[in-house]
Write a protein of this length. Structure first.
Lengths: 91, 431
């Protein structure tokens, strides 16, 4: 993961921590948002809402329905950021 | 060849409980038909003549001789009336097709009353139905095998509804459709089953076209879909639409945006500021489907209660009225729920509210669950209108639930009698 990817991951975890009112260091990649961290559907909506506006990423909600773990959420954000903002090299 | 579209009548809250008319110091909402008929009318080929009758307002013309097809649209509360009308037309030798949410989700109940049933979104099937009528080969069921391609939809013929306006029927607003389908799985909602889980957004140009039609007739637009504040593409498209409206000289005004407390809380301030700039003055906050409103009034979920207060305050902070729809009869509601709702409304500052009884509509997960548990009291669908108890609640008797619902209407509006500072549209409540 490059430095921007790391930065985005930290940002996602920071927003999660704010929503859950816990320290970011407690959050681990394999943890499940609902079962392990207690993030309800409102929390997930808030997470996606805040991060999508902060990073200016666009996505269809149904594609976010498969997010289960912290890693899933970070990968989802990075994938959409990559597709929408990374400069493409010559074909 | 001629087709008559009919919007079947149904009983509203005040029809079943006339005392509400004295309790509620507001205009009684008498809204326009859903957009289904307006869409099919727009998809009707020019060799067909068409007309429209609103069964709530006028005679449907059972004995009119020149009808080649009668197309009746219904949802659950109007389904029994629709089937009664279908039987009456067929007894006079007319061909009848039934469509809408109820025939789509309870096809076996509707089919015996019609020559044909349209299951699912009708726009893609409608030309085939009409061709088959012309050939005398109507099939019993037309089933939409795939979602309609929303980028190619025509504008709905809302003129059919607008032309019916008179002293009794004059809605302030008409619905504008932004998308179809929903990826969420709310237990009391039939939308994902009837329209699919993939959200399909209508092009902004199409939505603006719908708005222009209403503006030309001096009407407000209501954005009724609960999905418009979902994160990602929904929010982006809503902002695009609001910006496009703001850039217009004479934009159609929006009466309200339908949403729920979780989506309102999760929406960034930026989106709410755009709504306010576009002069959206009211949220229609649908309750009972989401974890906040399902927990807030149970007396056991303080976090949900606090979030509900925050949602109302967030709306007011942005200058947007939170017209709140309270749903009673959820699984964790008990006899204390009614007074908790009233206390909440006072504390949070809810000025306008409506109250509804949880109703398990056919095709929803909650209907299946209550059926399996033997808790459905009857299948008189004319009473499946949010104003009657049609299932056995978990923590109280059906009579107590009905009594609590009426208590809410009465007590909420007892201390809110003066709405004289509001416009006609702002003073309108659904009951």
């Amino acid at each position: 993961m490059d430095s921007q990817g790391t930065e985005h991951r930290e940002q996602v975890i920071r927003v999660m921590a704010e929503i859950l009112e816990i320290e970011p260091t407690v959050i681990q990649g394999e943890q499940r948002l609902r079962e392990d961290l207690g993030m309800d559907s409102l929390g997930s909506l808030e997470l996606l809402s805040v991060v999508s506006h902060a990073l200016a990423i666009d996505f269809e909600m149904e594609h976010a329905m498969g997010i289960v773990t912290v890693n899933d959420a970070c990968a989802f954000v990075e994938k959409h950021y990559d597709e929408q903002h990374r400069p493409r090299g010559p074909e | 060849v001629k087709v008559r579209f009919i919007y079947a009548g149904f009983r509203r809250h005040a029809d079943d409980h006339p005392e509400l008319r004295s309790h509620v110091p507001c205009n009684e909402y008498f809204g326009p038909p859903s957009l289904g008929i307006a869409m099919l009318a727009a998809c009707t080929p020019p060799n067909w003549q068409l007309d429209f009758r609103d069964d709530r307002l006028e005679d449907v013309g059972l004995d009119d001789p020149d009808l080649d097809l009668v197309a009746i649209s219904c949802f659950t509360p109007s389904s029994m009336r629709a089937m009664e009308l279908a039987d009456a037309f067929r007894a006079r030798g007319r061909k009848v097709v039934l469509g809408g949410i109820f025939p789509s989700l309870a096809t076996s109940a509707a089919a015996p009353h019609a020559d044909a049933v349209v299951v699912g979104e009708g726009e893609g099937l409608w030309p085939q139905v009409l061709r088959d009528v012309e050939r005398g080969q109507l099939a019993p069921v037309y089933r939409a095998e795939r979602p309609v391609e929303v980028t190619s939809l025509p504008l709905p013929r809302v003129d059919l509804y607008l032309d019916k306006e008179d002293l009794r029927f004059r809605p302030d607003d008409y619905p504008v459709q932004l998308s179809r389908g929903c990826p969420l799985s709310c237990s009391a909602c039939a939308l994902p089953t009837s329209m699919g889980r993939k959200l399909r957004h209508l092009p902004v140009e199409h939505v603006l076209g719908q708005l222009d039609q209403l503006a030309a007739r001096g009407k407000l637009a209501s954005l009724t879909e609960d999905t418009s504040l979902l994160p990602g593409a929904c929010q982006r498209r809503l902002v695009e639409l609001l910006d496009a409206l703001a850039a217009r000289e004479r934009p159609c005004e929006i009466s309200y945006l339908g949403t729920s407390m979780p989506l309102l809380l999760a929406a960034p301030d930026l989106v709410l500021q755009r709504l306010r700039r576009a002069k959206v003055s009211m949220f229609y906050l649908v309750g009972g489907f989401d974890p906040i409103t399902r927990g807030a009034f149970t007396g056991k979920d303080q976090a949900a209660y606090t979030r509900a207060v925050d949602a109302i305050r967030k709306a007011w902070d942005h200058g947007i009225e939170p017209y709140t729809s309270f749903l009673v009869g959820n699984e964790d509601d008990d006899e204390g729920t009614f007074d908790r709702m009233l206390e909440f409304a006072d504390r949070a500052g809810v000025r306008k509210a409506e109250f509804a009884i949880m109703t398990p509509y056919p095709g929803t997960p909650v209907f299946r669950a209550l059926t399996e548990q033997g808790r459905i009291l009857h299948h008189d669908f004319s009473r499946y209108n949010d104003a009657n108890v049609v299932f056995r609640p978990k923590h109280m008797t059906p009579d107590r639930l009905l009594e609590g619902y009426l208590h809410l209407w009465r007590e909420f509006y007892r201390s809110r009698r003066d709405y004289s500072g509001l416009t006609h549209a702002e003073r309108t409540v659904q009951f």
